[in-house]
Design a protein around this ligand. Sequence first.
Ligand SMILES: [Zn+2]
Ligand SMILES: [Zn+2]
Length: 158
Amino acid sequence: MTRIVSGSCLCSAVTFEVSGKIDAFFLCHCSRCRKDTGSAHASNLFAADATLTWLTGGNQVRTFRLPDTRHAKSFCSVCGSALPTVEAKGVTIPAGSLDDIVAIRPDAHIFGASRAAWDHDLDDVPVHDGLPGVPSSDWAVDNATAHGLAVAGVMRLG
Ligand SMILES: [Zn+2]
Ligand SMILES: [Zn+2]
């Protein structure tokens, strides 16, 4: 199935399209992906024969390649958002960078042996539709402020 997906960075300067068949979707828990995403795992689509086109802002994309490894990460040099990387074996696309609905289920968790100590049974953790303890009418506040409030709330609880 050939399709085109499009995405952008957080500051919106960088926009891109990827055309081609998505071959795989992996959630990688390796220590490098945890470090470069700052999260439990990377969520990457892989497309061996796809074509990546920067629509805008291509000149502010940087790619970091970890020496002596195949680990690479592309990002917006202004806002730091993860962006696709062209590699010898195809294009790696961070799922979160896409603006389209990705109607693909992940194929697998990989490097599960490297999971963070807290990364288990996450389906059992409570899910809030927005900020815990904040009425939905207040969710529209600036995201950074809202996130700060949530963190502050957690800190107080702690
Ligand atoms: Zn940006
Ligand atoms: Zn990884």
